[in-house]
Design a protein around this ligand. Structure first.
Ligand code: FES
Length: 233
């Protein structure tokens, strides 16, 4: 196309409304959202202004499990500024207690010599650190664009239904988990599985309850290539 005809095409009027409306948009399920409009929790927790200013907890009077203390100290030793270890330290506390409880944050703060408020600001910012009690198993269903186009909202709904009576399974929708080639996918306790169908939700719950590896045949680690025509070696 010559530059002149390209310009003419750019300046052409939009197609008439009747032509545009010939396309019937498919009916999509509503996206599950929290009351504040986001698909992730925690954006509307108000600050408690009646609280006293936080102080750095005294390690001598704060009981910290030995294993947790060692893990936090090892993380701090890896960085020139020990505060850079905040995320791995909080992750270790979450692993120990199941969530970043106020006590867990207090303990990490004592080891790291920072205020609990500093660590709370980190824990409430990052999506994979949780400051509310939750089940021991995490199922993150990716509902971002690639997964959404391949049925993630239906999968998310099926997953919620399958796990609704089980307090030990926390189901959340998640933004892109970086495995779009196996869309729609989920992270089950960190194990990436996909491509999934709504019927896989029951199996995920059954495997978690049985303490088995989840959907082994659909685990990303067992998949040498995203090409479904290529057999796993
Ligand atoms: S959009 Fe789901 S993994 Fe990227």
């Amino acid at each position: 196309m010559s530059p002149l005809s390209r310009r003419a095409a750019r300046q052409a009027p939009p197609p008439p409304a009747s032509a545009a409306s010939d396309w019937d948009a498919p009916e999509l399920p509503p996206v599950a959202r929290f009351a504040h409009g986001s698909r992730v929790p925690g954006w509307d927790d108000a600050v408690d202004l009646t609280k006293d200013p936080a102080v750095v907890p005294d390690l001598a009077t704060t009981p910290v499990p030995t294993g947790l203390r060692e893990t936090v100290e090892a993380a701090m030793a890896r960085y020139p500024d020990p505060r850079s270890a905040s995320i791995p330290a909080l992750h270790a506390a979450q692993h120990e207690y199941g969530w970043c409880s106020p006590e867990a944050i207090e303990q990490v703060a004592a080891v790291m010599h920072v205020t609990p408020a500093y660590l709370t600001s980190v824990a409430t910012f990052y999506d994979m650190l949780v400051t509310q009690p939750k089940g021991a198993n995490d199922v993150f269903v990716c509902t971002n664009i690639s997964c959404s186009l391949r049925g993630a909202d239906e999968l998310f709904r099926a997953m919620n239904v399958a796990a609704e009576d089980d307090d030990e399974i926390t189901v959340r929708s998640f933004e892109c988990l970086g495995a779009c080639d196996i869309a729609p996918m989920a992270s089950v306790n960190g194990e990436y599985v996909g491509p999934l169908e709504p019927a896989d939700a029951e199996r995920i719950v059954a495997d978690l309850r049985a303490g088995k590896p989840v959907l082994e045949a659909k685990q990303l680690r067992n998949r040498p290539t995203a090409d479904p025509g290529t057999a796993a070696s």
